[in-house]
Design a binder for this molecule. Structure first.
Ligand code: ADP
Length: 256
């Protein structure tokens, strides 16, 4: 098992009052799994992602990656955010090379790795463009190329397609599966969009707020690539929708 989460919780003190953002999370994630953290705003998805990624570790329970307690971000893992995080004064090529720069790889090799990933995301003809010259979808593809170029063990994605229009979003959902098909990365992907989770995930971690908790972990019993209009797809989507409507706040074992 690659990621082991036991009774993980996070509290913040706000205006002198304790606030529980996350409570009692138990979850094991295997290498190569595509996991979606799904739930409405405020249910602790980003808190959980940031805790696993080491940006803001939990203050009760434990989170281990490869047997080691997470205390800080690791250079073995990369996070992609909704706002792309590209440096505006650097070209596409230079942005993708960014993560490789501290690695003491010779300049030519660095360039060739970066170009391979730019090819993979279909942006070779834009390699000398600046982020402002690209659409939102293209900028997010640059961010994906930059993340993959450093060959991370785990890719964290915090609502990466949240700022994109519906059509670009669907295209990037297709792309991320195609791009990662041969990469075999563990992906932890935050979304509040049920269909996005059903389209992408091997397992969906269904979360509910007040306090942020895992309500259920759902295995998606569909093979990739999934047809968003098929009866099976719609059945899984509807079952997950039902989970959010259930009043019980206890953990639910769920098999579709
Ligand atoms: P989600 O990603 O599901 O929208 P978050 O994990 O961002 O939810 O937030 C969960 C709850 O924790 C929210 O109510 C949010 O206001 C609170 N929270 C998150 N980060 C902090 C912080 N640094 N200080 C205080 N409260 C926080």
């Amino acid at each position: 098992m690659q990621i082991e989460i036991k009774e993980a919780g996070k509290t913040y003190i706000e205006n002198g009052q304790e606030f529980t953002a996350l409570e009692g999370v138990n979850l094991n994630i295997e290498k190569g799994e595509f996991i979606c953290l799904l739930g409405p705003s405020g249910c602790g998805k980003s808190t959980l992602l940031n805790a696993i990624a080491g940006f803001d570790p939990v203050n009760c329970g434990s989170i281990k990656i490869d047997g080691e307690e997470v205390k800080e971000p690791s250079t073995r893992n990369v996070t992609i955010f909704q706002n792309y995080g590209l440096l505006p004064w650097r070209t596409v090529l230079s942005n993708v090379e960014l993560g490789l720069e501290p690695m003491k790889i010779p300049k030519e090799e660095r360039r060739s790795i970066a170009e391979n990933y730019i090819k993979l995301v279909g942006l070779m003809e834009f390699k000398d463009s600046y982020p402002r010259q690209l659409s939102g979808g293209m900028q997010q593809r640059v961010a994906i190329a930059r993340a993959l170029a450093v060959d991370p063990d785990i890719l964290f994605m915090d609502e990466p397609f949240g700022a994109l229009d519906a059509i670009t979003r669907m295209k990037l959902q297709d792309d991320i599966l195609e791009i990662c098909k041969n990469e075999k990365k563990t992906i932890i992907f935050v979304t509040h969009d049920i269909e996005e989770a059903v389209f992408l995930a091997d397992r969906i971690v269904v979360m509910t707020p007040n306090p942020g908790k895992v309500k259920s972990v759902v295995n998606v019993p569909l093979t990739h690539y999934r047809d968003r209009t098929s009866a099976d797809f719609l059945l899984v989507r509807d079952k997950i929708f039902e989970l959010f409507n259930l009043k019980s706040d206890t953990y639910i074992e769920y098999n579709i």
